[in-house]
Design a protein around this ligand. Sequence first.
Ligand code: BGC
Length: 468
Amino acid sequence: MKNKLLAALAVLLVAYGIAYLVLNSRDPLLLWDWSEIDTSEKYFPTGFVWGAASAAHQVEGGHQNINNFGRWEKQFHANGEPTIVNGDKSGIAVDHWNRVEEDTQLMVDLGLDAYRFSVSWSKIMPAPGVVDQAALQHYVDEVDTLIANGITPMVTLHHFTHPIWFEDLGGFEKQKNIAHFVEFSVIVFKALQSTVKQWCTINEPGVYMFDGYLSGHFPPGKVDPQLAGKVLENLMRAHVQVYTKLKSLPGGDKASIGLVKNMMQMDAQSQYNIMDHFIKFFADNNYNEAVLRLFRTDEFEFYMPTMADLSSKIDGASKALDFIGLNYYSHYAFNFNGNIDESLEAKAYPGEMMTDMDYGIYPEGIYRAIKRISQLDVPIIITENGIADGKDDRRADYIDRTLYAVSKAIEDGYDVRGFYYWSLTDNFEWNLGYGQRFGLYHVDFMTQERSLKEGSKTYVEIIRQAKQ
Ligand code: BGC
């Protein structure tokens, strides 16, 4: 009897061990003792690109009646709450549309090399097949201004927003609509290819899928796991089609084209609870692994137990990246409470200092993200990283530690080519409105006056030292 019990216990322990190893093999938790680390020891190779990033809807203004998010801002959730915190509207945002010269000078003042921004599809194509030449020219001029000031442009073609007419056709819910996005991308590429060499097709397909189709925070505000999977699949199809098309155009061979992947890490709340690991594994599967697997194998899979099940082949996906853009902010903790649906709701990792959002400060996570995404075997560009910090009392350390982690990854052999801080200025933070201040520059939203934040000086100093 005693022997049988011992044997059963041994089998259970081995099974637990194997499950633990499998569920943890992709991306195990990494914690550094920062009190033991001298963050002043950073190394960045010559030619490393220092930048800042933004997105049209968040900074330009003028989208309230023309794109999916502008329309969303005027709506209410079923419980009567406005879709945007405080009922904020993007409005004129930080008026970047009219302040390109001023904002370019802000970049120069920081010692930046590059600026990542998105072009507004809804301004360039007010109706299907119709091009607003003045809007297109605006971006031609913006790029010229940047280049004249020594700032290299990086253009994002889709950063969460698109014209209302595209949304009303079903947006990325329908595979046949991808042709519209390809058409728009070709128009922009032809206008800018002679001056813009770095292109991001789609910003964070996982975030667009999650917030638009699972959490209901972004338009169209649906909660539909199967449709979420379909939308993610179509976004990835759109990336491959745009990549292939642009590469075939004059100038395509000289363009470097990538996708921007947000690597939010999924962790178990308790390292010892195998069910917590199980839930984080599922969350990671759809949010991170679905995209990474596609780029490795051409296979798309999206699966949520009892809720969604999709799989398909996207030919050419594994050859459709010249670089991968990596956006990194934080990690989430998952805790199994008996109900899979509820347990899939992410929480901040316990015990961490928080940013102003529900993101804990976890700088070593960027090392982990770089390591994992390096499996795609293409150069890595950190296309976004930053902190919402209204008091500006955590920004300096956040930047210092994050860049220490990036530098360590480079020293350990990972091919990281550049870092773009999110964001150049405070701006409209989607469903969270104007309350979240990510900017290197503080913006007074009444006067539009920009002023450099104390904490941002750490970024300026790191860039200065790296260039010595
Ligand atoms: C997005 C940005 C956003 C930032 C901070 C990223 O997911 O690309 O548009 O402002 O995170 O939340």
